[in-house]
Design a protein. Sequence first.
Length: 159
Amino acid sequence: MRFHHLAGRVWLCPGDPDPEAVQAGVAVVADERGSVMIDAGQSPAHARDIQAALSAAGLPRPRWLVYTHHHWDHVWGACAWPGVEIVGHETAVPLLRAEATRPWSHRYLDEQVRANPRLGPSFRARTRAVHSWEDFAILPPTRAEPMTLEQARSAVEAA
């Protein structure tokens, strides 16, 4: 896993091409003030791998973490990014607060799949992604914005 320089201050760490891994890529916009991390990784272990790749690329540690959306493979690594401000769309807050109350564990995931087999692909991927639930937590955005796609595009272009 490594970051690739795209242009200017923008770097990309591609996701895993294996669809069974369900591991989205992440991006970073870096300058002398710090970095903005785009998405958190799909697990605390994935986030730690991303942190090692950031360090290897000589990129500054993020000050902000921006969720593109609330799906687990984009936010479950946030608990491994201490001290960052988490920014996301306002609609993600209640969804992630509800997700945070679930008793996440391998047993819980297995029970949910038995009750609803349609959850199988996603929940089995979560089981593969999270090896230990000891320090796991789902973190809603600490700053929620009602941003439109056009506003997001403008913000990225200004960065």
